[in-house]
Design a protein around this ligand. Sequence first.
Ligand SMILES: C[S@@+](CC[C@H](N)C(=O)[O-])C[C@H]1O[C@@H](n2cnc3c(N)ncnc32)[C@H](O)[C@@H]1O
Length: 458
Amino acid sequence: MASDETTAGAVAGPGGTPPGPSPVHGDPTVDPVFSEGDGPVDPTFSGEPAFSGETPFSGEPAFSGEAVTAGEPVPVTGEHVVAAHPAAEVTPAFSGESEGRAEPSAREESVAPVGAVDPVFAEPTPVVAVDPVVAEPAPVGPERSPADHQPSSEGRGPSAAGRGPSAAGREVEAGGREVDDLPSGGRSNADPTRALPSPVDGASGSSGDQPSAAGATLPPELAEAARALFGDRLDLAAAYAELLATDGVVRGLIGPRETPRLWDRHLLNCAAMAERIPEGASLIDVGSGAGLPGLVLAIARPDLTVTLVEPLARRTAFLIEAVQQLGLTRCVRVFRGRAEEAAAGSRDREPLTADIVTARAVAPLDRLAAWCLPLAVPGGRLVALKGASAAEEIAEHAAAVARLGGGEPELHRCGVDVIDPPATVIEVVRERVVGPARKKGPKRSRGGRRRGAQGRDR
Ligand SMILES: C[S@@+](CC[C@H](N)C(=O)[O-])C[C@H]1O[C@@H](n2cnc3c(N)ncnc32)[C@H](O)[C@@H]1O
């Protein structure tokens, strides 16, 4: 997949700038679904953007020289991830309250190197050979056949084929093999809702601590909104909700008490972002976690080409399996690594870029801009799902965003008249390509000598 056909004009989205933040009473961005501690995994990040030099956009993206970090794959030693505050993910840094540091579990330390697009979709290698986490016996969870989770409308495929983030080497041709194995060229003949809770049957969600598919049931009062946002992909959204409520809980990615709120606080909020994303766009979701919002957007919008960027192995393992089980391998790929690594590229891999970069509950706006703007094509946009403090974040970080090459951050509300409250997003256009920070050293004259040294040499 190649990325880069997009120009500034191609990413203008619908909607206008609302007067201010909505009176949010449920704030999805300060309440991610994860149950474990986690947060930004770059222990060296000080909170200050790593850029200072600036290259006015010339029309040619200059990605190779502008990455924040070295692009080489980083062996997972456990040292690159520093000790965590266990509550970091429940009160993530983006809210301005606390800075989380990820502490990987033993399982997460023992997995494949960071920094490569997971080849599982591209190569005939079984998942187990790539990532030992996946090789472990599945903990528990309802039996399901692949056909149970096939989408009803997968196969419409991205209309922007070839416009996705750059891929090279082993990176994905997101996965034809798995989809091709299905009947009808990727569509299952089976009833896609078979063995799934009916998305609108009105059963109450799980309130206990045990993983339960019932917890993923769409509450009847949200059925209309869900139909509006997911359309004929509602059954696929229901399959994803079930995955979150079962495997997601078993693997510790989601707190069991979160499952009754999956639809309103998570799936619908994320799906509402879709109205800000132009038809056929390529999209990179930074810090996807269990797939929010990237996987939800891929479900709601089969025209998108989506790359999920997530550094933690247990999460990427879940993401890879979810993408496969949902039959989304044609338009979704998983990159294991940090946003900075994705943007940097490496000897074997082009830097990733996309028209739209999304994030939810990952970092405050200045840090998000530092991580995400380099992933956007010039003229592309960061679309960050935020909470009630979005306007304050803009006021606080607009200057830093500008230094990073971003335009004036805009606040938008999504899903007005569909969900209550509407989702709040901050958007930033990547107006200029900004180079990496240069180390400060003694100033040199054009001839390469230090100023003042000339006289002394004589
Ligand atoms: C609080 S979780 C949010 C997950 C998901 N977006 C959601 O809303 O549920 C933050 C996620 O960002 C990831 N993350 C942290 N720093 C990152 C970075 N520099 N690049 C990419 N992902 C990062 C973490 O591994 C974690 O999965």
